[in-house]
Design a protein around this ligand. Structure first.
Ligand code: ACO
Length: 338
C-alpha cells in the first residue's frame, strides 16, 4: 500500500517584528486607539512579523523550503511536485509555486546542485485552510502515483491586505511561511504517514471574511483590503473545526484521546481553546504560536508544526491533528503519524 509521510519541516518569519506596543504606536499615528491588553485578552497575540517592501510570498517560501529540504536530507532535484497555499501570491499569474520552483533552482545551481526536474507546480487558494487543502491534494497525488516527493508550502504576506484604519482586523495578521517535504512510502499502514483528511467549503459565507477587490482593465476594482465579521467567523469556526477533526478521526478509526498534538490554524487563542475543549484535549497538547506569529493564514499550520518539531515538542511516531478554517468559508483537518 502506498502512503505519504512528512520527512522534513521548515519555516521562515521575516525579521521585522512588531509587538503590540509597536501596533499601538502605528495606529496612534492614524488617530486610532488600541492597547496591548485588548489585543492579548481577545486574541492571545503579542507580536507579528511583516515582510519588507519587495519581499514576496515566494521569497518567504524559498527560505522555508530550503530548511525543509535540509531536514529531509533532500535536494530540489528530488522534488517532482510543488504546491503553495497562498492568498497573497506574488502576481496574478504565474503561480507563486512556479516562481518558487525557479528560485529554488537558481539557489540550487548556485551551490552546484541540480535544479528542479520540471515537475508540477501550482497554487492552492483556500485562505487560512490552504495548507490543509494543499497537504490533502499532495497526499492524494502521491497515493495515486502521480508524484513521488512533494514540497507542500503555506506562504503569506497578509500585511499587504490589511486596512490600518480598521483596528479590529489589522492587529490580527502577520507574514511568514512554512513548508514540509512529503514523500511516498510503501508500508503496512502502521508506520508514519498521513492517515486521513477531511476538507470542505461553503461559499454562502464568503462575505464574512474576504478581500472583495479584483484587478481589471489595469485597475483595482472594489476594495483590495481585508474585511471580516469577527463574531460571525468565531461562531462558525469552532463548530466546523470540531466537525473536521471528528471526521478525520473517524476515517482513521482513532479517538480524541489518541491525539498527541493538536496543531490548529493560529488565528486566535480563544478559538484554539474552544476547539481543544470540544476535543477534550488539555491545552498542553495544543501547539501555540499565535502569540508570536499572529495569524499568518495558510502559513500558520506549517509554521507551528516546524516550530514544535524544532522545540522538541513534536517527536517521530506521534499522532498529529492539523486543522484549519478560513475565508470561503473553508475548513478541514489532516490526521497523520509523524
Ligand atoms: N483595540 C481596542 N479596541 C478594539 C480593537 C482593538 N484592536 N478592535 C476592536 N475594538 C473594540 C471595538 O471597537 C468594540 O468597541 P465598542 O464596544 O466600543 O464598539 C469592542 O472592542 C468590541 O468589538 P468586537 O468586534 O465586538 O470585538 P470581539 O470581542 O468580537 O473581538 C475579534 C474581535 C478578536 C476579531 C473576535 O471577534 C474574534 O476573535 N473573532 C474571530 C475571528 C478571527 O480570529 N479571525 C481571524 C481570521 S479568520 C481565520 O483565520 C479563521
Amino acid at each position: 500500500k502506498r502512503y505519504s509521510r512528512i520527512t522534513g519541516t521548515g519555516s521562515y518569519l521575516p525579521p521585522r517584528r512588531l509587538s503590540n506596543h509597536d501596533m499601538v504606536a502605528l495606529l496612534a499615528a492614524r488617530g486610532i486607539e488600541t492597547s496591548d491588553e485588548w489585543i492579548v485578552e481577545r486574541t492571545g497575540i503579542r507580536a507579528r512579523h511583516y515582510a519588507d517592501d519587495g519581499v514576496n510570498a515566494s521569497d518567504l517560501a524559498l527560505a522555508a523550503c530550503q530548511q525543509a529540504l535540509q531536514a529531509a536530507g533532500r535536494q530540489v532535484g528530488d522534488i517532482d511536485l510543488i504546491i503553495v497555499a497562498t492568498s497573497t501570491p506574488d502576481m496574478v499569474f504565474p503561480s507563486t509555486a512556479a516562481i518558487l520552483q525557479h528560485k529554488l533552482t537558481e539557489a540550487a545551481l548556485a551551490q552546484g546542485q541540480p535544479g528542479a526536474a520540471g515537475g508540477a507546480a501550482f497554487d492552492v487558494q483556500a485562505v487560512c485552510s490552504g495548507f490543509i487543502y494543499a497537504l490533502t491534494v499532495a497526499d492524494a497525488m502521491i497515493r495515486a502515483g502521480a508524484a513521488q516527493r512533494a514540497l507542500v508550502v503555506g506562504a503569506e504576506v497578509f500585511s499587504r491586505l490589511l486596512d490600518f484604519n480598521d483596528r479590529t482586523t489589522c492587529v490580527l495578521f502577520g507574514d511568514g511561511a512554512g513548508a514540509v517535504v512529503l514523500e511516498a512510502v510503501e508500508h503496512d499502514g502502521q508506520g508514519p504517514g498521513v492517515l486521513a483528511s477531511d476538507i470542505h467549503a461553503d461559499g454562502r459565507h464568503s462575505g464574512i471574511l474576504c478581500v472583495p477587490g479584483t484587478v481589471s482593465g489595469g485597475q483595482v476594482l472594489g476594495d483590495p483590503l481585508l474585511k471580516m465579521d469577527g463574531q460571525a467567523v468565531f461562531k462558525l469556526a469552532v463548530g466546523l473545526l470540531e466537525d473536521a477533526a471528528r471526521a478525520a478521526l473517524a476515517k482513521a478509526g482513532k479517538q480524541d484521546a489518541d491525539i498527541d498534538w493538536l496543531i490548529p490554524h493560529q488565528a486566535n487563542i480563544r478559538i484554539m481553546q474552544s476547539t481543544a475543549r470540544k476535543l477534550k484535549l488539555p491545552m498542553d497538547k495544543v501547539v501555540v504560536t499565535v502569540h508570536e506569529h499572529g495569524n499568518t493564514s495558510a502559513a500558520s499550520i506549517p509554521l507551528a508544526l516546524d516550530h514544535a518539531v524544532r522545540q522538541g515538542q513534536v517527536r517521530p511516531g506521534q499522532l498529529l491533528m492539523l486543522e484549519g478554517v478560513g475565508g470561503g468559508f473553508t475548513w478541514g483537518a489532516v490526521l497523520l503519524r509523524f
